[in-house]
Write a protein that binds this ligand. Structure first.
Ligand code: FES
Ligand code: MG
Length: 593
């Protein structure tokens, strides 16, 4: 039997440097012997077969990804059947909803620790188990920086939630219920009941929040098997997809099909287009930029603006009506690709982990459910991408236009002669504690002509950048039926929010961005036509206020918070650890014995 040779530059797997350790039999023995204690044999580990890591993100404190504890068995079966040797290892957990002060600080921590594992252990290729928001970009950033063959396996969304005859979706139910609670239309018990009903099974958020968005992005980048991201966690196809993923990663190890051979600028432009078409999360902006920078791809503001013109074609909450199960049944991400490719809104020639192009992968995957997936020619809504704004308050911010309600449009954006232009008086909050303490204070005189501003909520100020910009109006306004005010902030908002906020403002207040000098009572002028957003404040006044310094923000409470603050960049540029970017193709250099 002739021995198969991997397509790596030296014709060997990385793991062979450990387990064969030419010239270092003592080290080979050390590396090998402890794997015996769960039943592996030296012959297996020295057989020249690839060692496949399974980066396990599920645990009891990361329930969105907990399905992966079970799915790993199917992944391992696939790896074994294809002739690989699986080794599962834990990742730093990330649970969006529960992590204080915000899960955002965990993306960079999880990614950095995964680099150490992928580089420092005998791993030839890796299955990235993804689900909850930041687990997807964290894994992709790590695998891209190390540059070893990697495949994304989503855990899948939860089943659809139902409550009193309505579809209730993750997150979205919270934002809608808290307005009803404040308006006196719901009790606290009913609130909890509706929230619980939105989470009927294992899986991640069942809306097109950040989790579903980022898994769809991973699929669009060509990093998972076609159709992977939308399969609900409890469906039989999910376990089958796990098995096929395990089989495919073994072949990718032999082929040495690394992220650097897949990810191009056009892969990322495709991802930006997809986010617009599905009404995806605004968190996709920093995550896509972060992944692109680690892949050596520069994205510009113009790239986001180009996608602003792409219409909404997916009828899924928060921008639409339905939830994850129907999306999967309608064909999932491949069916979205079909529509975008028809109109040349994505590049079908980019390569994927199947070894084929996107266009080749999606043949015959057109949807039959036109209530769920529309065509680009007759979409749900025109121009659904993120509008990029700039002005004297920040160099960059985005607004998700697909969630602007008719009520909001009529009130702010339909003035004859000044369509899409409005002015509002700022009420400024320093972080979310300040917001919660003062939002119902009648002295603030908050009315329809107010824009709620929050600062101190960016990567440095929070730290981590918090999902707090989707501030709801004071109770008094909610009782009058005013469910959303314009909002602006240097933090983020949940991907499940239906608020037309101006968010991710960079640079943030804590590093001296324009929001630092803004004062309650200033008038802010927003022009949706041109993307201009300015405080109407004289230059001398701005200069005098700048001299007063930056508003205080909370001190770090843990070592990582302090290190995070010292290394993190702004949301505009992906909130990455800037010093980390110089390390690319890390796997090309073998670590020392
Ligand atoms: Fe984890 Fe939404 S909170 S997926
Ligand atoms: Mg979220």
């Amino acid at each position: 039997m002739s021995k198969r040779t991997p397509a790596t530059p030296n014709g060997r797997f990385r793991s062979q440097e450990w387990f064969e350790a030419p010239g270092h039999i003592d080290m080979a023995a050390l590396y090998l012997e402890r794997f015996m204690n769960y039943g592996l044999t030296p012959a297996e580990l020295r057989s020249g077969r690839p060692i496949i890591g399974i980066a396990q993100t599920g645990s009891d404190i990361s329930p969105c990804n907990r399905i992966h504890l079970d799915l790993a068995d199917r992944v391992k079966a696939g790896i074994r059947d294809a002739g690989g040797i699986p080794m599962e290892f834990p990742c730093h957990p990330i649970f969006e909803n529960c992590r204080r002060p915000t899960a955002a600080i965990d993306r960079n921590l999880s990614y950095m620790t995964m680099i150490e594992i992928l580089h420092g252990y005998p791993i030839d290729a890796v299955v990235l188990t993804t689900g909850c928001d930041k687990t997807t970009p964290a894994g992709i950033m790590a695998a891209t920086a190390v540059d070893i063959p990697a495949i994304v396996l989503s855990g899948g969304p939860m089943l659809d939630g139902h409550h009193e005859g309505d579809l209730v979706g993750s997150g979205t139910v919270i934002w809608r219920s808290r307005r009803k609670l404040a308006a006196g239309q719901m009790t606290e018990d009913e609130f909890i009941e509706a929230a619980a009903a939105s989470a009927p099974s294992a899986g991640h958020c069942n809306t097109m929040g950040t989790a579903s968005t980022m898994n769809a992005v991973a699929e669009t980048l060509g990093l998972s098997l076609p159709g992977c991201s939308a399969i609900p966690a409890p469906y039989r196809e999910r376990g089958q997809m796990a098995y096929e993923t395990g089989k495919r990663i073994v072949e990718m190890a032999w082929e040495d099909l690394k992220p650097s051979k897949i990810l191009t600028r056009n892969s990322f432009l495709n991802a930006i287009a997809l986010v617009a078409a599905v009404g995806g999360s605004t968190n996709a902006q920093p995550h896509i930029v972060a992944m692109a920078r680690h892949a050596g791809v520069e994205l510009t503001d113009q790239d986001w603006m180009a996608a602003y013109d792409i219409p909404l074609i997916l009828n899924m909450q928060p921008a639409g009506k339905y939830l994850g199960e129907r999306f999967h049944r309608a064909g999932g991400v491949p069916a979205i690709h079909v529509e975008l490719l028809k109109e040349n809104l994505i590049d079908g020639d980019v390569k994927t982990i199947t070894g084929k192009t996107i266009a080749e992968n999606i043949v015959g995957r057109e949807t039959k459910d036109r209530e769920m997936i529309y065509t680009v020619a007759e979409p749900m809504m025109e121009r659904a991408g993120f509008l990029v704004l700039k002005g004297n308050l920040f160099d960059f911010a985005i607004m998700k236009t697909s969630v602007i309600s008719d009520e909001f449009r009529t009130r702010y954006l339909s003035k004859p002669g000044a369509e899409n232009i409005f002015e509002a008086k700022a009420v400024v909050f320093d972080g979310s504690t300040d917001y919660h303490e003062r939002i119902n204070d009648p002295a603030l005189n908050i009315d329809e002509n107010t824009i709620l501003v929050i600062r101190g909520s960016g990567p440095v100020g929070w730290p981590g950048s918090a999902e707090v910009v989707n501030m709801q109006p004071p109770d008094a306004l909610l009782k009058r039926g005013i469910t959303s005010l314009p909002t602006l902030g240097d933090g983020r908002q949940s991907g499940t929010a239906d608020s037309p906020s101006i968010l991710n403002a960079s640079p943030e207040s804590a590093v001296g961005g324009g929001l630092a000098w803004l004062r309650t009572g200033d008038v802010i002028r927003i022009d949706i036509n041109t993307g201009a957003c300015d405080a109407l404040v004289a230059d001398e006044v701005i200069a005098a206020r700048k001299a007063e310094g930056i508003p205080a923000y909370p001190a770090s409470m843990t070592p990582w918070q302090e290190i995070y603050r010292q290394t993190v960049g702004q949301l505009h540029t992906g909130a990455v650890m800037e010093p980390a970017l110089k390390f690319t193709h890390i796997a090309e250099q073998m670590p020392r014995h």
